[in-house]
Structure formats: C-alpha cells, structure tokens
Design a protein around this ligand. Structure first.
Ligand code: ATP
Ligand code: MG
Length: 410
C-alpha cells in the first residue's frame, strides 16, 4: 500500500474524511469543558476537577481517497471512541466530521441510517458476528438490511467469501471457525455492502501473531484490488508501518503526531513516540530514495559508443544506464556488451538489457534481494519512469549498519 500512495500529506485530492476539532467527553460537564478549552485541556486534570473523561481532545485530521490511515495509541488513548464517532455510534461532544463534504453530525436519523448502510462499514475487534447464523448469512447481513433479495445477496456474499479465502465454508456456523476465519467473515460482511470507507478497530488483535501477519498481508492484497479508504486502528506500530500510508499517534485523546511511517520513524516528535518506534527497523520504512546515490554512468541515447566506453574506462565502472532526452530510463548496458557491438552501430540500435527499476517509494528492506542478485546498482525511478537515483550495494549495507547501531544505542 505504501507504494501506491506515499505522500498524501500533499495530496492533490480533496479529503474524503475531514475531522475538525472533534471532542468527546464522557460525563456531565461536556459543554463547560469544551468551551473553557485554552488548548491545554488535560485528561488527568479534567478527571480530578470534574470527574469526566476526555476521550477525544480537539482532534483534527484529513483522510484521502484510497488511503490507509492508521490510528495508533496505547489502551485508553481514544482510538475506538474516534472511529465510533465516525459512524456516530458515539455522539461527539463537539466538532465536525465531514465525509465527502457533508457534516454527518447534522444528519437526521434516516440519512444516518442510509449513510451507515451504504458509505461506511466497520470491522470490529471481536468480530461481532451473529452466532446462530451460518457464514454466508453473516457475510450477507449488510445486504439483507438493505433489502437486497436472497439470490443477489448470496451471489455478492459468495464473491466476497471467495476473496477472503473462505470458499467452502458458507454453511458453517461461525462458532465452528477459528478466530482468523471469523475475522475473515467480519471482513467479508463489511465488504459486501461495497462501502467507500472501511473502519477497522483492531481487527487482528485477537489473533495469534502468525495468523495476524497473514491477515495483514491479505488485507494489503485486497486493498490493492479494491482501493477502499481505510481507517485502521491498532496499538501495534509494526502493523501500523506495514499497512499505513499515514499514521496518527494518539495519546490521552489527542493526536500528538501525524505523518508517513517514514516521518514517524525518522522523526519521532517526543519521547513517547520514540519509545513506540524503538524496535522498528528503519530499513522497513525508509524508502530507497532516502539512501539513493547520485546519478552516475548515465547517458542519453544519442551519446557515442566510444564516449561511453571511455567513461567506463575512466571511472572503472563497467556499466551504463541509458535514458532518453526526458531522463526516462531506457535500459542498461555493460562493458562487455558495448565493446562487442560494432563501432558504427549507434546506441539507439543496440539491444539494451532491460533492468527492472525500483520505484522510489519502495522500502529498503524490499530491495535487498534484488541488490544481492545484481552486480550493478539498481536504477530508481519515479512514477513517470524518470531515473532519479541509484541504489548501490554500499548504500544499502550502510542503511542496515546504521540501523543496527541505532537499535543498540536505544
Ligand atoms: N462509555 C464510556 N464511558 C466513560 N468513559 C469511556 C467510555 N468509553 C470509553 N471511555 C474512556 O474514554 C477513553 C478512551 O477510550 P477508548 O475505548 O476510545 O480507548 P482505546 O484507545 O480504544 O483503547 P483500547 O486500546 O483499550 O481499545 C478511556 O479513558 C476510556 O476509559
Ligand atoms: Mg479500543
């Protein structure tokens, strides 16, 4: 997912979810607490002074279409309250929740019902399945509520069950299923209504680590296909950096930091976030672009063959990357191949070997094997196939070495 939407901070799209100054206070003094806020309302003090719980403290953020937005924080930090407010399962104390430019806090009961049926679906931590119904009826539940007739809803539910790997389990009771399978049913149920936005509140936290990782990967595959907007809650940073395009870190009801996994790992805003990020390997979140070497041995395809051979001899680097006059990568040639060609053949007529470039947002860890398999630097390109840098063996090795050093000193 990180490869499709890397820097949504500067996304040209309009946000699909825009939360503005959202407060939720459990207790009888909501209005007074919100109105007297001076930007320093403190959860502990409010509890002492009023006996009320500040679950959301002036929370604002935007989520963009197709993005996986992760909300992370310790137990009690306000994550569930936040997603529940997005569906109005909990009524906020004040603020705005704009979804597709509509403030859903202004919806009447009918509009709200329609909104929940069509636009947003939720996958819960403890599955929330109907125990006396079989798998397919659980998966089809959202459609049943919408009044879709049986044949059609079974057809759609079946398709979703296949997608989440539950083919053959349609008639089983959910109580006969393992936790991982029950969560697949929960996911299929949310997907059958084809919502634009999927809310997932710690959906994998009840599962054992192996299944959990597997579900995470499957969700990533599914997301690549379905391109939903996902708000995903977790208290696991490892999970957050793997699936999140951006991560909001919550503490005591506030968002204390919001950024890409790379931002958060490389630039934790305070000791609290640093503590979270301590055990995460930087090579899992840093992009190759961040360690790219300057371009060298790059030639336009109208360069003379002898000039390239000369450059190889001068530098001792027996490879060349060939680009067109827009700097788009055309291919690669090594010394042996270029020397083997006849003198009068132009570079344009030569068979350049196709070297698979890597996109600049690819994380370092994902290019290690490629680097090991390849004696030359790997070309790095942007969305337009423009050559922007090279990933050398040295740079990758150094990234791992620095990371190891950093983890020792933490
Ligand atoms: N119905 C409620 N009444 C009173 N306080 C509540 C209620 N629901 C939540 N809270 C409080 O609001 C705060 C935020 O709770 P919330 O459930 O949103 O946290 P969370 O981040 O989801 O935690 P967890 O990781 O344990 O699920 C907590 O201090 C909690 O005690
Ligand atoms: Mg929770």
């Amino acid at each position: 997912m990180q490869e499709t939407l890397t820097n949504t901070t500067e996304s040209p799209l309009d946000p699909i979810i825009s939360v503005k100054s959202l407060w939720k206070i459990f207790g009888s003094n909501q209005e007074e607490i919100v109105n007297s806020d001076d930007g320093e309302t403190d959860k502990t003090e409010v509890l002492q002074d009023y006996g009320d719980v500040v679950a959301l403290n002036d929370v604002s953020f935007d989520v963009y279409p197709g993005e996986t937005f992760v909300v992370m924080g310790l137990s009690g930090s306000g994550k569930s309250t936040l997603v529940r407010c997005l569906l109005r399962l909990i009524e906020p104390s004040s603020g705005e929740i704009n979804i597709n430019d509509d403030d859903i806090l202004l919806y009447d009961a009918d509009r709200l019902r329609e909104f929940r049926r069509n636009e947003m679906a939720m996958v819960f931590q403890h599955f929330g399945l109907l125990p006396h119904r079989n798998v397919i009826d659980n998966a089809a539940y959202g459609l049943e509520i919408k009044g879709v007739d049986k044949d059609e809803r079974y057809e759609i539910a079946q398709e979703m069950l296949n997608k989440v790997g539950l083919e053959g389990w349609e008639e089983a009771r959910t109580s006969e299923l393992s936790g991982g399978m029950q969560q697949r049913v929960g996911l299929a149920r949310a997907l059958t209504v084809d919502p634009t936005i999927l809310l997932m509140d710690e959906p994998f936290s009840g599962l054992d680590p192996l299944i959990r990782r597997q579900m995470r990967e499957e969700l990533a595959d599914l997301q690549a296909e379905l391109q939903k907007t996902i708000v995903f809650i977790t208290h696991d940073l490892d999970e957050a950096v793997t699936i999140g395009d951006r991560i909001a870190i919550m503490r005591d009801g506030r968002i204390t930091q919001l950024g890409t996994p790379e931002d958060i790992i490389t630039n934790p805003i305070d000791d609290f976030v640093k503590e979270f990020t301590r055990d995460i390997s930087q090579t899992r979140v840093l992009s190759v672009q961040s360690i790219a070497s300057d371009l060298e041995q790059v030639f336009e395809n109208n360069t003379g063959v002898s000039e390239i051979i000369q450059a190889m001899e001068d530098t001792g680097k027996e490879f060349a990357f060939i680009v067109d006059d827009d700097s788009k990568l055309l291919g690669f040639i090594d010394k042996e191949a270029i020397e083997g060609a006849a003198d009068d053949v132009s570079l344009k007529d030569m068979d350049l070997s196709v070297i698979e470039p890597i996109h600049e947002s690819t994380v370092i860890e994902d290019v290690v094997q490629l680097t090991l398999d390849n004696p030359y630097p790997i070309p790095i390109v942007d969305d337009e196939n423009i050559l922007t840098g090279l990933a050398t063996h040295d740079a990758i090795l150094q990234a791992f070495a620095e990371n190891a050093l950093q983890q020792q000193t933490n």
